[in-house]
Design a protein around this ligand. Structure first.
Ligand SMILES: CC(C)(COP(=O)(O)OP(=O)(O)OC[C@H]1O[C@@H](n2cnc3c(N)ncnc32)[C@H](O)[C@@H]1OP(=O)(O)O)[C@@H](O)C(=O)NCCC(=O)NCCS
Length: 161
């Protein structure tokens, strides 16, 4: 069973391990390793940042990944979303799919956001398929975003909730 909980201190160690994983860095087009001090600084800033929301994904009570919203724009009623599971977590068990169904349920119950987008590296076909399966549609293909520069083409996808 997939459960989402707001990111808290208990989730920081796993998150630190995952964001420095070379496979995930490649998928997210991250350019550098994060130190523990960077990570704590990010978390303290995140706690005060109303434009982001991060949820820990639990599967059968284990913390297996994170899913989130960034660029939350309450006037435009929109946000950008992302997800990752730990490298050692079994894939193709429906966890990513279940996490999105749960995220959509939370967003709908709060009633502040109508539109989500995501930016995915074109080579990341697993994620593109996941987003299609939960209902996102391609809107454009672009070279880079302000967060992820270079290293290939990016697909922008959107869903109306
Ligand atoms: C993308 C990711 C979250 C998928 O998680 P998951 O739990 O394995 O996905 P699910 O089992 O819920 O699969 C749902 C659908 O996604 C697609 N999918 C998932 N993995 C796939 C793969 N390796 N190849 C092709 N399609 C895949 C399929 O359409 C699948 O549905 P199906 O099994 O009925 O065919 C996971 O692979 C991951 O963490 N990847 C690295 C991080 C990343 O790239 N994040 C996206 C950037 S925002």
């Amino acid at each position: 069973m997939v459960v989402l909980d707001k990111l808290s201190d208990n989730h920081l160690m796993n998150t630190f391990r995952w964001i420095n994983d070379p496979h995930l860095s490649k998928m997210f087009l991250f350019k550098r390793q994060v130190t523990w001090e960077d990570h704590i600084r990010w978390y303290q800033k995140y706690l005060k940042d109303e434009s982001q929301e991060v949820y820990a994904i639990s599967y059968n009570s284990d913390h297996v990944g994170n899913i989130g919203l960034k660029e939350i724009d309450v006037l435009d009623r929109s946000a950008e979303t992302w997800i990752y599971l730990g490298q050692d977590v079994p894939k193709r068990k429906g966890i990513g799919y279940g996490a999105y169904l749960e995220l959509f349920r939370l967003i709908r119950s709060e009633g502040c956001i109508d539109k989500l987008c995501c930016h995915i590296a074109l080579f990341n076909q697993a994620s593109i398929s996941l987003y299609k399966k939960v209902g996102f549609e391609n809107v454009s293909q672009i070279e880079e975003t302000k967060h992820h520069v270079g290293n290939g083409e990016i697909v922008k996808m959107e869903i109306m909730l």
